[in-house]
Design a protein around this ligand. Sequence first.
Ligand code: APR
Length: 228
Amino acid sequence: MKVVVLTGAGISAESGVPTFRDADGLWHGHRVEEVATPEAFARQPSLVHRFYDERRAALAAVAPNPAHAALARLEDRLGDDLLVVTQNIDDLHERGGSRRVVHLHGQLRSALCRGCGERFPWHDALGDGPACPRCGRRELRPDVVWFGEIPYDMDRVLAALGRADLFVSIGTSGAVQPAAGFVGYAAGQGARTLELNLVPSHGSHLFDEARHGPASELVPAWVDDLLR
Ligand code: APR
């Protein structure tokens, strides 16, 4: 069985990483959509750096939860037949043991040089303008995909969705494209579709089946079922 799992902020919520659209969805009075754009970075680079620097620093205080661990357990069994596609920019899938992970929206612990185009593993702040380790220019930006930019690795994702027998969406509101369209694409290619989310997402009705509750309970239970 070939499985594609899409994850969103909800899978990391119980680890203590705030979601984007629950509660008031604000950061210091700014809507996330106003911070996470190339235009915002051009206008107020220090504000945008502060947003991502805070989130990168906060990663040190969080740990994977049983939902991340369950997906790693599933990968142990399925190997190349499981692909985890995450919209999350945290590294909790990797720290939970997953290896085959696509970060559609990039990663907090990575920096992208606007001077030479190189990407680097990055654990420190970017707001104080460090030099690029390759070209030396002070043009490093968060290696995240902002609204209006093209998500990473779409070819690999679409190929996996086209082959999938099962598509599972975990902890995402279904508010942001292209991920919100994956359920329709996978179903059109013949996959069964399942939603695991705290509450019905925007696209809940598009799934063959939906189960609602916390990811730390739903995901391990679903993996146990599948492995039985
Ligand atoms: N278990 C399962 N689901 C949960 C939990 C939980 N413990 N807590 C919250 N959720 C659900 C919420 O009900 C919501 O439907 O997770 C979803 C989180 O939705 P969003 O905050 O919109 O996050 P996401 O869908 O990942 O956002 C997509 O938007 O701002 C951009 O680039 C950003 O990657 C992000 C993208």
